[in-house]
Design a protein around this ligand. Structure first.
Ligand SMILES: [Zn+2]
Length: 651
């Protein structure tokens, strides 16, 4: 890519780290990233550094510098939405004003919780509180119906816990006591800053933690949640509202979605709702109210004085292993750009990516789909009937590259009132967003909205829409560059593209049809064969040791199936090139995963993330491919050797 690609590259890869080619046979990841790992330093305000993180850090620098020019009048924009963003960014950056206001802007928000008298009182105010962004133990949302994705349905989910996952609450968990202690210290400081009595603060925190703990046993853990089609448990509206004898769910939901015409509610975790009647009662109300206050205080502190902002991030830093809070200006940049993420994304994409790059990458995606189709046609373990269905699904896959064509209408409603403070503006945006969210139940499903902004270094597959999305930010070196060999691009962005395509056929995605509806299109035998292969992938990763602990094969199976499919498809595409350099292909594959992360972050991800640790993503999948062995002459006894009967090939 000629367009500005170099401008972005310059800062990131100023130094070329040599590959230790002799070491590849034993450890591909270390051979490629070892020299870099020796020197790499994790920024004090971040939990990790390397491939994905370097790109994100660079975008942060670029955008912060651009926006500073707007703020101090050196640059000008006529884009009305960007101007609203800049107004909001200015408010977020006005630390003198934030300091002067102290906790005053938060008082009315917190008072609404403090004044709750009993469960009845909360129930009466619940629709308004929900629309104002307060948490609830039974979060209701409006999302596409998994079995008919043209229509929206009501979903009932579970409250997110203070600890990362229910397993942290189980006896013998090594990390929970220290984490809870940090949470308590953080909340103690925030209550003091907000002017509450110390005794009240201690009582409130203790009650809040007790309530949180009471939710844990009824929830699924991360591994159960990773099997996400099991979220689909429809209940008639009458059956759903019978889950609580203390709360009138019927009146609440009707008020929330402003319609009486409700036929069903999809319950993501029925076991939790079966316990709802004991979780939330007049007897547990005191603990619940404290939980509400603690959660609300922590959330709003982020928008107040700099001290409050720093303290409110203490627990998150303990989880991620970031050593320091971000500097005020950077924190303001993230606060404002998260609210206006698609506006910022479009600014980034139009300036640094553009329509030519969009067309180029779109073509590359089309090429990868063609290779994928060829592979499906040549598949040896599927029957003709299932094969045809898979090809049909592939041929209807929607492709989104770079940035959305249009800004979502919601951003047009985000008008900043500069006479009001940051908190008032934020609460207003929350209200606008939530009113829009709940009003869409009977409307047509909007398939054009992107779940990620263009400046995010990531990509995704949405099974309900059968679409793949590649934001502009990931389309840079080492993933993709005209200055790299074609084989390197295939080992980078090619494998990422094919990874996302493979999600249409991973253990979850395979359960959705070409329209994105949850529907079986497999013959019984084919499904059995697929499940056996998925099981082999679970076993290949299960128990693998990393410096932070062991991998849970079941938690990470869907991503590993996508990685395996992605790498083998990208390899085939690379081999079609007459100048193919397969060594460069595998080396760049390992390069994109180069990461140094805090031990805390690694432990957290091992417990809750559906992706395998980067070092394993780099090293395990190549072992499944015959070309890796021939390219590097890997022999039995070498670290990268895997016996043929242990290799797993699915797509
Ligand atoms: Zn994935």
């Amino acid at each position: 890519m000629r367009y500005n690609d170099d401008k972005l590259r310059k800062v990131i890869f100023v130094k070329q780290y040599p590959v230790d080619t002799n070491k590849i046979k034993d450890d591909l990841y270390l051979a490629v990233n070892g020299a870099w790992l020796k020197e790499a330093k994790i920024p004090a305000d971040k939990p990790a550094t390397g491939g994905f993180f370097d790109l994100a850090d660079n975008i942060e620098k670029t955008l912060m510098s651009d926006f500073e020019e707007f703020l101090n009048g050196k640059a000008h924009t006529d884009d009305p939405y960007l101007r609203e963003f800049l107004k909001y960014y200015r408010l977020a950056s006005d630390f003198d004003k934030r300091e002067k206001l102290g906790f005053t802007p938060a008082k009315p928000f917190l008072k609404q919780i403090e004044e709750l008298k009993d469960l009845k009182d909360w129930e009466t105010k619940l629709p308004a509180l929900t629309l104002a962004g307060y948490p609830s133990p039974f979060p209701i949302s409006v999302e596409p119906d998994m079995k008919n994705t043209k229509a929206y349905a009501l979903y009932a989910d579970v409250a997110s816990l203070i600890l990362p996952d229910k397993t942290y609450y189980e006896e013998g968990n090594q990390q929970a006591p220290a984490l809870l202690e940090i949470y308590r210290q953080m909340m103690t400081k925030l209550f003091a800053l907000a002017g509450y009595e110390a005794e009240f603060a201690q009582k409130t925190i203790t009650e809040a933690l007790a309530f949180d703990r009471s939710l844990a046993p009824h929830q699924k853990d991360s591994t159960e949640r990773a099997d996400y089609t099991k979220q689909y448990n429809p209940y008639t509206f009458a059956d759903f509202t019978a889950f609580s004898s203390h709360i009138d769910l019927k009146t609440y939901i009707k008020a929330l979605v402003k319609t009486d015409d409700i036929d069903k509610v999809i319950v993501t975790e029925p076991k939790y709702y079966q316990a709802l009647d004991e979780i939330l009662t007049e007897q547990t109300f005191a603990n619940f109210k404290s939980w509400l206050l603690v959660k609300s205080l922590r959330a709003i502190s982020h928008y107040l004085t700099d001290e409050a902002r720093i303290v409110s991030g203490q627990y998150a830093r303990a989880l991620s292993g970031s050593k320091e809070a971000m500097k005020p200006q950077k924190a303001a940049y993230y606060l404002a750009s998260e609210q206006f993420d698609q506006v910022v994304g479009l600014y980034y994409a139009h300036k640094y990516f553009g329509p030519k790059a969009k067309a180029d990458v779109h073509q590359m995606v089309t090429k990868m789909i063609a290779v994928y189709q060829k592979r499906l046609k040549a598949n040896t373990w599927l029957s003709q009937a299932t094969k045809e269905k898979a090809i049909l699904k592939l041929s209807t896959l929607g492709i989104n590259v770079g940035y959305p064509d249009e800004l979502h209408y919601l951003y047009k409603k985000f008008i900043v009132d500069e006479d009001k403070d940051l908190v008032a503006n934020d609460l207003n945006f929350t209200k606008i967003t939530l009113s829009d969210h709940y009003s869409r139940l009977k409307k047509e499903v909007d398939r054009t909205r992107w779940a990620m902004p263009a400046h995010m270094v990531n990509a995704y597959y949405n099974p309900s829409f059968n679409i793949i999305v590649f934001p502009a930010a990931i389309l840079q070196a080492p993933f993709y560059s005209l200055n790299q060999k074609a084989s390197e691009n295939f080992g980078g962005i090619g494998a990422v593209i094919a990874h996302e395509i493979s999600h249409a056929f991973d253990n979850n995605g395979a359960k959705f049809d070409e329209f994105g509806n949850l529907k079986n299109w497999w013959t019984k035998d084919d499904l059995n064969a697929f499940e056996k292969l998925a099981q082999a992938m679970i076993e290949q990763f299960d128990g693998l040791q990393t410096e932070a602990g062991k991998v849970n094969g079941k938690l990470v199976v869907s991503e590993n199936i996508a990685d395996a499919g992605g790498l083998s498809c990208a390899l085939e595409a690379a081999k079609e090139d007459p100048q193919a350099d397969i060594a460069a292909f595998f080396i760049n594959w390992a390069r994109i995963w180069g990461t140094k992360a805090s031990l805390e972050r690694q432990k957290l991800l091992l417990a809750i993330d559906v992706h395998s640790p980067h070092v394993l993503r780099a090293n395990v999948q190549p072992k499944n491919l015959a070309d890796f062995y021939t390219t590097f002459n890997v022999q039995p006894g070498d670290g990268m050797w895997l016996d043929e009967d242990k290799r797993v090939n699915i797509w």
